[in-house]
Design a binder for this molecule. Structure first.
Ligand code: NAD
Ligand code: MG
Length: 398
């Protein structure tokens, strides 16, 4: 029986909902027992209130202060405290819990992940952007706080499960698998006019809008390359990406003797979430099972760097070091949101990232960020301003 007191930051999103669903399923199966300290969400008050009614956390927080009254009304009679705003989310993140799921999307998740890192709780990290913005400092903060950071991103969960943490020198290479997203085979000239609806229709995974766009540009695999470099202390030249459209092998670790270990499973985020929830134990839940005979074959190909320039740019940002990964992340967020708002054509997303990285280098933004969350947030804010300017320039030119 797995027993945990948990907090879920970003509970109303794709990963947040999967986390609570998984807890429900394990509880129904009699294999888990969970108490909830805090839930936090954004504008979807109805969903947050429904989750709070089900789990009775001590506090439910919306990011939007203008919706506090709405949340209070929705929670009337439940005894669940309602709160709102960024400071309240950070406060929720530091409340006593065994396990904190960081599943807010984007750099907006950094402050609360940073706050949770110090508490000694297990930090289940889905919010890859916070690692990209200030990974080494965040990892060190968890270590000093006496907690453990467990990656939830499926590729990093895979590596985490087969990586010899006690003897990292035995590893020669990490191989991240990538589905290739919805446009792996779309003729290049058709990519010009693709709509947000097509970009977020991922072939294998059901995810939030921003990460779905990242998957279509492969900026996601770029962010994940940086995430892997920090989590497993691996230089860029020892991290490879292979396209594997079936998303069954979630990533691989190659050892110095030529042996390669992979972790496999159906593409369902509940499996890496279950791993993080129970680690080092395992949670029994009605998981979808792998049927290799039914699958018949697994296929692989090298990523097409011409089609997916964001992947190359992320790798360059990782090699440049300092604040370059945080600049990459900010530019990608601004560009992905502009694309979702129909203000930027799909093919210009990578161009915005490239021009923002150049602009940040020229203006000295991409300097060393030291080891503080505040410094990373300052870089993030500055890079966003540069990226907004680039988006507007593209809009005027269109
Ligand atoms: P989502 O958009 O579905 O959910 C995001 C959550 O964050 C929601 O609860 C939303 O209310 C909250 N949120 C958004 N903006 C906020 C803000 N400014 N302040 C506070 N809360 C805010 O996203 P998702 O797909 O669940 O992804 C969450 C994170 O997990 C991302 O970092 C993503 O890269 C990562 N991730 C997701 C998946 C997946 O399958 N969805 C897989 C791997 C990693
Ligand atoms: Mg992933």
């Amino acid at each position: 029986m797995i027993r945990r007191c948990v907090t879920v930051l970003g509970s109303t999103g794709s990963v947040g909902c999967s986390t609570l669903d998984l807890m429900d399923q394990a509880q129904a199966a009699g294999t888990g027992h969970f108490e909830v300290e805090a839930l936090t969400g954004g504008a979807n008050i109805a969903r947050l209130a429904e989750q709070a009614r089900r789990w009775r956390p001590r506090v439910a927080v919306t990011a939007d202060p203008a919706r506090l009254d709405e949340l209070r009304q929705a929670l009337a009679g439940t005894g669940v405290e309602a709160a709102a705003g960024e400071a309240a989310i950070v406060e929720a993140a530091t409340r006593p819990a065994d396990w904190v799921m960081a599943a807010i999307v984007g750099a907006a998740g950094l402050k609360s992940a940073w706050a949770a890192a110090r508490t000694g709780a297990t930090l289940a990290l889905a919010n890859k952007e916070s690692l990209v913005c200030c990974g080494p400092a965040l990892i060190e903060r968890v270590r000093r706080g006496g907690g453990q950071l467990i990656p939830v991103d499926s590729e990093h969960s895979a590596i985490f499960q087969v990586f010899p943490a006690e003897a990292p020198e035995r590893v020669s290479r990490l191989v991240l698998t990538a589905s290739g997203g919805p446009f792996r085979q779309t003729p290049l000239e058709q990519l010009r006019g693709v709509t947000p609806e097509r970009a977020v229709a991922h072939p294998n995974w059901s995810m939030g809008a921003k990460i779905s766009v990242d998957s279509a540009t492969m900026a996601n695999k770029g962010l994940e390359t940086i995430e892997a470099a920090y989590l497993f202390d691996m230089p860029a030249h020892r991290i490879d990406v292979v396209v594997h459209p079936e998303s069954i092998i979630h990533s691989l670790v190659e050892y110095i003797d030529g042996s390669t270990l992979a972790q496999m499973g159906p593409p369902d985020m509940k499996t890496p979430i279950a791993c993080a929830l129970a680690w080092p134990d395992r949670l029994a839940w009605p998981a979808p099972r792998l049927d290799l005979a039914a699958l018949g074959q697994l296929t692989f190909e090298a990523p097409d760097m011409e089609r997916f320039p964001a992947l190359r740019l992320a790798r360059e940002a990782l090699i440049a070091g300092g604040a370059a990964p945080a600049v990459f992340n900010a530019a990608n967020e601004v560009a992905a949101l502009a694309f979702l708002d129909r203000r930027l054509p799909f093919l210009n997303i990578a161009a915005v990232i490239a021009d923002t990285l150049d602009g940040a280098t020229a203006s000295g933004t991409a300097c060393d960020i030291g080891d503080a969350c505040d410094a990373a947030l300052a870089v993030d804010a500055q890079a966003r301003r540069i990226a907004q300017g680039v988006v507007e320039r593209f809009a005027r030119a269109a």
